[in-house]
Design a protein around this ligand. Structure first.
Ligand code: XMP
Length: 326
């Protein structure tokens, strides 16, 4: 019988054997796979593990706190947060092409992570220890998709923001390699990781950076972050989290339309809601969210986010539309 407790016990023993006394690092993204693989390795080797979380400034409201406070409180993982928003936003200035944004964000993520890595390696050396291992949250479907070879997971460039270049001198620890997503979630719950993290819907590595159509700026991120938080809250309150695979909220930053808000004419931006139902993100259909729920989201966003004067619903399936707008 499959049960999460057995898998944990088995993996803990294997990880201890693989690692010995060496030090290990892990990149946390805020997503389910990295959260669970990191917690599992922590269960095995405690403070020999250092987790690294890069705040690229493209996170949703509350995400950083969720990792720094709730995840750390529930797992005891030793965490380093890299404050990299200024660097990321600096490199994104003036960039509007979606693939260009992805490339920059991916590159800067690796730079930020490598910096911490160098610091940790230097620190360990000074103490006569070694940092030899890197945790990866590779799942079974990733292994299959990438041809199955050891260490070849995470090659989908599309999903590679949390992935790392292969010229690094690290041995990988991939405790989730034989598992499917629902099994990973069960293990995460067994390890006491908060439901908000374990049950989280997919969120792209480049974050809100690919949900602003147009240049990414601090002000625009703030607008999108507020609108996204309202939409997420209302969808959850309406009990739709199980039905919705994910719901990108997109700011059309270069589009303006005339509106009337309060006692005056406005010239604001539209927000797009993109709720989709899907099995695996390869194909998707738009979710028939009840009108009352859409009405609440629209009212709240246009009342509470002054820069937004219009909320529109994306009713396109995938294909032809992708889930994200960029
Ligand atoms: P699309 O937009 O291609 O998205 O239908 C399919 C799934 O992939 C996610 N996605 C990404 N994830 N880095 C990621 O880590 C990316 O650059 C990226 N682009 C899309 C998207 O959220 C959806 O779940």
């Amino acid at each position: 019988d499959w049960n999460p407790g057995n898998v944990i016990a088995e993996q803990v023993a294997r990880i201890r054997e693989q690692v010995g006394g060496a030090r290990v690092i892990s990149a946390l993204s805020g997503g389910v796979d990295s959260a669970v693989s990191t917690a599992l390795v922590h269960e095995a080797i405690g403070d020999q593990l250092t987790a690294v979380f890069v705040d690229h400034g493209l996170l949703r409201k509350g995400e950083r706190e969720q990792v720094e406070r709730d995840y750390v409180a529930s797992t005891g993982v030793h965490l380093i947060t890299v404050d990299a928003a200024d660097t990321f936003l600096g490199h994104l200035a003036g960039v509007t092409d979606p693939e260009e944004k992805r490339k920059i964000i991916g590159r800067e993520f690796i730079r930020a992570f490598e910096q911490v890595q160098r610091d940790l390696v230097a620190e360990a050396k000074a103490e006569g220890e070694q940092v030899k291992f890197l945790v990866q949250g590779t799942l079974y479907p990733d292994v299959v998709e990438s041809g199955g070879g050891a260490g070849t997971a995470n090659i989908k460039s599309h999903h590679n923001v949390g992935g790392l270049p292969d010229d690094l001198d690290f041995e990988l620890i991939e405790p989730l390699r034989a598992l499917f997503k629902d099994e990973v979630r069960a293990i995460g719950r067994e390890l006491g990781i908060p439901e908000a993290i374990v049950g989280r819907q997919p969120f792209p590595g480049p974050g809100l950076g690919i949900r602003i159509v147009g240049e990414v700026t601090r002000e625009r991120l703030e607008v999108l972050r507020e609108a996204d938080a309202i939409a997420r809250e209302e969808l959850t309150l309406a009990g739709l989290d199980a039905e919705i695979w994910q719901c990108p909220v997109v700011l059309l930053a270069d589009v303006r339309s005339v509106g009337v808000q309060g006692d005056g004419r406005t010239y604001g931006h539209p927000i797009v809601l993109r709720p989709v139902s899907s099995e695996d993100a390869m194909t998707a259909d738009w979710t028939r969210v009840p009108y009352e729920v859409l009405a609440r989201i629209s009212n709240r966003i246009t009342n509470q986010v002054p820069e937004v004067n219009r909320v529109v619903l994306d009713v396109t399936s995938k294909p032809p539309g992708t889930i994200e707008w960029e």
